[in-house]
Each structure stands twice: as C-alpha cells, then as structure tokens.
Design a binder for this molecule. Structure first.
Ligand code: ASP
Ligand code: MG
Length: 418
C-alpha cells in the first residue's frame, strides 16, 4: 500500500481537488491510503471560531461559522455543478454538529474545546475529496480518523497509542481497496476527538505508513521537493534529491519546516521511504528521505528561526555556574515549554537562545531573576547551516550583527540582530 498525504495548500479549492483526482488516477493500479488536511487556511479560521466561542462572542461566532461554511459550499458547487445530494447532506450534518457544539456551554478545558471544534476542518475536506474521487472513477472508502488513530487525552498534542491504533487499522483496512482519512485528528478512549498538534497531518500519514508497513509515503506539495533552504529566506536554493532519515531529523530539529519533526522516526523504524514531490508536475521525482546516503547532492543547508531571544544569566556572588544551577535552569525552561535552541557557558555566566513566547517568556524571566542577574536581548534570528563552508558562513554573517556563534564538526549556528 502507498500512503499519499495532501496538505491544506493542495486542496485549497476546486482546482486543487481536481488535481488530487488526476494524481491518484495515475496510480489506479495500486492500493492507496490518502491522508488529507483541512482545505487552505480552514484550521486558522476554526481557531478564530474557538476564540470567539470561548469569549462568548456570539456575533463573531456566527460570522466565522458562515465564512467557513460558505467557502466549503462554494468548492462543492464548483466540483459538482449538477449537485451531489449525498455529499450535500453529509456536509449539512457536519455543520449541524458544529452548530450544536457552538450553541451549548463549552465542555471541558480550553484544549478539549479546541480539538472538538478545529477537527471539523479535516472532516469536511475528506468528505468532499472522497466524494469527488468517487465521481472521478477512483473508488475509495472514507474512514473516520477518530476511530482509527487512538491517542491519550492530551488534547492539542495527543500521543498515539500504537497498540490500539494497530488493531483499529487492521480491523478497518483490507487489501484491494483504497481509503481516505483525515490528517491531524484522532480519538481518545472515550471517543473524544483529539488532535496531534498544528501541521500534524504528516505525522498521521507516518503513523499509518508505520502500522501498514507501507511501500512508500508520498507527501504532495507545492514545491518540487525538499530544498536546501526556504526560498522565501534564502537566494539560490537547490533541490535535495536524497536525505537520510538521520539527516532529515537533524534538519527538522534545527527548524527546517518542510517536514513535521515527529514524522521521520516511525518511518525510519519500519524502513518506509518518504518522498516529497510536486503536485504540479508529475515528471519530477522530488526528494526521497530514507536509508543510506546522508545528503545528495552534498551541499550546505540553511535554516532560519525567527523571533528568538537571548537570555544571559550570571551568578550574583561570582560562583561558578555548575551542574546544579544548570539543571534548575533547564527545568524552568522545560516547565514553561520553552526549548533552548542554543546555549553557551562560561565560568560564572550562561546564555540561552530560546523562542520568544509572549506569554511564557515574561513569566520565566521573573523566575530566573530570583536567582540570577538576568539580561535579555530580543527580536533576534538564529541561523543554522548544516554542512557549512566558508562561503555559506560569510553569506549568513553579512545578514546582521553577531551576538553568539557556535561551530561543531558539521553545524554552524549564529544568533544575529538585524
Ligand atoms: N490542518 C492542520 C493545520 O493546519 C493540520 C495540517 O495541516 O497538517 O495545522
Ligand atoms: Mg493545514
């Protein structure tokens, strides 16, 4: 079985859905399991709806609901000019369910409410794509990911229960069929909807590839594959043809956003190759992430992380910063959910580059000030160059004033103020 994942951008409108049909029809001899995200920016719109709902802002709720509904109905009208009664009824039913949630008091924590509402994006998109594929001669079964991917109750960042999930998939998936399900959403033991974290559809596809021991996972994108840098940030980017699992995990760790960091590990464990390829051009082979060669062609890879802050801590009594201080400091970072992207230590002081989080950062700084002299510089960029050379370093250094720099065998990092 092949797993295909289509992200929000590839199903953002009727034209996108038609293209999905032409792609899967290309592979009609094979069993395909299709994982789809919410259409376009639907998840953002649904997040807006959650906020309006929690704030009891009925007017904003109605407005947001209407916008989301109209966008989906428009796509359906374009895809089915003479109508599709079954689909229309299913879509009406989903909007009725959403409306019922919005017309009752919120149930449970904010995160629980969030998951119950935001999950509608993927339910809607998969109903539409499934119906269209059927009409385009691609028979498929629609599966409810809430009954397929079982997680714990950690709403908004749920963790997969692998044993249950394996059993559910085995019960539902039979050879000789093609399937379609929702990315990003799942269900807990009480059949409450959970989600796997923003941009989590890649991870859903990876979980299914693992459980089904798929032949390949293909992520269809609006770019020709994985490039050696984000073309919006770096000039002259080039396509990487092959990346090893380990290198892909490293790139994701430093902030490369093409692949969701959690996606690679299950694939590696089962040896399932991941191909990232263009939905606009079936001639292009894209990038394969798999066993073997680290990087082909071998070249520097560039990553930028924006909105960083540099927190420097010094002991008040000139005591050495030792392991006990550091373990306390790291515990605080962890407690406030702030990941340390780079750190540097001297005898009586240490610096940490972390994401500037408007809520967590001020609270953390208050805590740190109780034990240390603290200074903070904000609005910084952290650049990482894997497999650097002199030319690559010079290009990055020219981008601003250097605050901290760190060099290892294969990675160069620099914190810069523009
Ligand atoms: N629709 C979800 C999001 O936008 C999941 C995904 O796209 O992967 O975050
Ligand atoms: Mg999305």
């Amino acid at each position: 079985m092949r797993i295909f994942k289509f992200g929000g951008a590839s199903v953002k409108d009727a034209e996108g859905v038609r293209r999905v049909a032409s792609i899967v029809n290309h592979f009609s001899e094979e069993d395909i399991f299709i994982v789809v995200s919410a259409m376009g920016k639907t998840t953002n719109a649904l997040e807006g709806l959650v906020q309006a709902f929690i704030a009891s802002n009925a007017e904003a709720c109605r407005g947001q609901f209407k916008t989301i509904k109209e966008a989906h109905l428009k796509t359906i009208t374009e895809l089915f000019p003479s109508g599709d009664a079954t689909l229309e009824e299913e879509i009406e039913e989903l909007f009725r369910q959403l409306d019922t949630i919005l017309n009752a008091p919120p149930v449970g924590s904010f995160n629980q409410v969030y998951d119950q509402i935001v999950s509608f994006g993927e339910l809607l998109s998969t109903k539409i794509v499934s119906a269209y594929l059927k009409s385009a001669n691609f028979p498929n079964r629609w599966l409810d990911a809430r009954r397929l991917i079982r997680t714990d109750q950690n709403f908004r960042a749920a963790r997969v229960n692998w044993n249950y999930t394996r059993r559910l998939v085995q019960e539902n998936v039979r050879p000789g069929n093609s399937y379609i399900t929702q990315g990003f959403i799942a269900g807990d033991d009480n059949f409450k909807t959970t989600t796997l974290g923003r941009e989590g559809s890649d991870y859903t596809a990876s979980v299914l590839a693992y459980v089904l021991q798929a032949q390949e996972l293909t992520i269809w994108k609006d770019v020709p594959g994985v490039l050696n840098g984000d073309p919006k940030v770096f000039e002259k980017t080039e396509l990487l043809k092959k990346i090893s699992y380990r290198e892909a995990i490293e790139l994701a760790f430093y902030g490369a956003s093409v692949i969701h960091p959690k996606t690679i590990q299950p694939l590696q464990e089962r040896g399932v190759p991941l191909r990232v390829r263009s939905f606009a051009d079936l001639e292009l082979e894209g990038t394969v992430i798999g066993e073997g060669v680290q990087l082909e062609p071998f070249m520097p890879c560039f990553i930028r992380k924006e909105k960083q802050q540099l927190i420097s801590l010094a002991t008040r009594d000139l005591a050495f910063i030792a392991e006990d201080h550091l373990s306390k400091i790291y515990k605080l970072f962890h407690q406030y959910g702030l990941r340390v992207n780079l750190s540097q230590h001297a005898a009586t002081s240490s610096s940490f580059c972390v994401n500037d989080d408007p809520i967590a950062s001020p609270a953390l700084l208050e805590q740190l000030k109780q034990s240390f002299d603290v200074s903070v510089v904000g609005d910084l960029d952290l650049f990482t160059v894997r497999h650097y050379n002199q030319e690559a370093i010079a290009e990055i250094q020219a981008r601003g004033r250097k605050l901290v720099e760190q060099v290892t065998m294969d990675t160069y990092q620099i914190v810069i103020r523009n």
